[in-house]
Design a binder for this molecule. Structure first.
Ligand SMILES: NC(=O)c1ccc[n+]([C@@H]2O[C@H](COP(=O)([O-])OP(=O)(O)OC[C@H]3O[C@@H](n4cnc5c(N)ncnc54)[C@H](OP(=O)(O)O)[C@@H]3O)[C@@H](O)[C@H]2O)c1
Length: 275
C-alpha cells in the first residue's frame, strides 16, 4: 500500500504538511508528486522535500494512483473541471481536502464513477497534530479507504463518517475548533495582563496550561467533566472561576456558537457559493 504514488494538485500549506508527514512516516519522496500554478512553490518543494514536480495537473494525474486536491475551495471547481477528462481516463482515487465542497459538487465537476474521499482536516495538521474526518463515496474500495486514511493520518488523527452531512458538525467542532481555543487563550491572556503579569509570562502560562490540559484529557480515560471536578476543590479558586463561567451561560453560549458554525458550514456547502 505504501508503494502507491500520491500526487498533490496545489502545493500550498496543507500539501506541504501532508507531504512532510508522509515522508516522516516512511513514504519515499520519490512516490510523491506535486503540481502548482506557481513555479517558485514547486521548486521550493522539490528542493526542500525532494518530491517530484509536475509541469501540469494533467501530467500529475497521469503519473499517480491517488490525486489529492489541495487547492483553495474557490478555485476547485475550475481545477476539477479542467482535470475531469484525465481523471476519467486514469480513474485514480481522488482525495479532496477542500472545506465545504460536497461529494455531489465533486462528482458533478469530475464526472460520474470517480472514487472520491472528501476530508475535513483542521489547521493543526500544519504541526502534525491535526484532526480529520473523512467520507468515502460508493466508488471507493476498501483498499482506497486505507490509502486515504494513511495520507491524513500522516498529519494527525483521522476518523470516518458514514453520513456526509456529519462533516458539517465536524467542521463546527474540529475544523473551526482551534479558533475557539485561541479565543479562550486570548481572553485569559488579557485578564492575566490586567492582573499585573508581564506579557511574556501571561502568554507562556496560558499556552503551557492549554497544552497541559489537552495532554491530560488525551491521556486520561475520564471525561472532561470528571477531570474538571477533580481539579476543582470545594470552596477554592477554581470553583469560584467555574461558577462565574456557568453563571454567565458558558455552556449554552458554546452550544450556540457551534450550532452557528454548523449552520454556516451547511450554507457554504451550497453549490451556489462556489459559482
Ligand atoms: N490550511 C488549513 O489549515 C486547512 C484546514 C482545513 C482545510 N484546508 C483546505 O486545504 C486546501 C488547501 O489549503 P491551503 O491552506 O494549503 O491553501 P494554499 O496554501 O493557498 O495552497 C493552495 C495552492 O494551490 C495553488 N493553486 C491555485 N490554483 C491552482 C491550480 N489551478 N492548479 C494547481 N495549483 C493551484 C496555489 O497557488 P497560488 O497561491 O499561486 O494561487 C497554492 O500554492 C483548501 O481547500 C482548504 O479548504 C486547509
Amino acid at each position: 500500500m505504501n508503494t502507491k504514488k500520491i500526487g498533490f494538485i496545489g502545493g500550498g500549506n496543507m500539501a506541504s504538511s501532508l507531504i512532510s508527514g508522509l515522508i516522516a512516516s516512511g513514504h519515499s519522496p520519490q512516490q510523491l508528486w506535486v503540481s502548482d500554478v506557481n513555479p517558485d512553490t514547486l521548486n521550493a518543494l522539490a528542493k526542500n522535500l525532494k518530491v517530484n514536480i509536475s509541469a501540469s495537473n494533467d501530467a500529475l494525474i497521469n503519473d499517480v494512483d491517488v490525486v489529492v486536491l489541495a487547492v483553495k475551495p474557490q478555485v476547485l471547481k475550475a481545477v476539477a473541471e479542467s482535470a475531469a477528462a484525465q481523471i476519467q481516463q486514469k480513474k485514480p482515487l481522488v482525495v479532496s481536502i477542500a472545506a465545504g465542497i460536497t461529494q455531489n459538487s465533486l462528482s458533478l465537476w469530475l464526472g460520474a464513477g470517480v472514487a472520491i474521499v472528501r476530508c475535513m482536516p483542521n489547521t493543526p495538521a500544519l504541526v502534525l497534530t491535526g484532526a480529520t474526518a473523512l467520507h468515502a463515496n460508493k466508488n471507493v474500495t476498501a483498499e482506497q479507504r486505507n490509502q486515504a486514511e494513511n495520507i491524513l493520518r500522516a498529519v494527525g488523527i483521522s476518523l470516518w463518517v458514514d453520513n456526509e452531512s456529519d462533516l458539517d458538525a465536524v467542521t463546527a467542532v474540529s475544523g473551526s475548533g482551534p479558533a475557539y481555543y485561541f479565543l479562550l487563550m486570548e481572553a485569559m491572556e488579557k485578564a492575566a495582563l490586567e492582573m499585573g503579569l508581564s506579557e511574556h509570562m501571561a502568554r507562556l502560562l496560558v499556552q503551557q496550561t492549554a497544552l497541559g490540559a489537552a495532554k491530560i484529557a488525551l491521556e486520561s480515560s475520564e471525561s472532561p467533566e470528571q477531570l474538571r471536578q477533580r481539579v476543582t476543590s470545594p470552596g477554592g479558586t477554581t470553583q469560584r472561576a467555574i461558577e462565574t463561567f456557568q453563571q454567565g451561560g458558558f455552556s449554552e453560549l458554546v452550544g450556540k456558537a457551534l450550532r452557528a458554525a454548523r449552520d454556516r458550514s451547511i450554507e457554504m456547502s451550497n453549490p451556489a457559493e462556489h459559482d
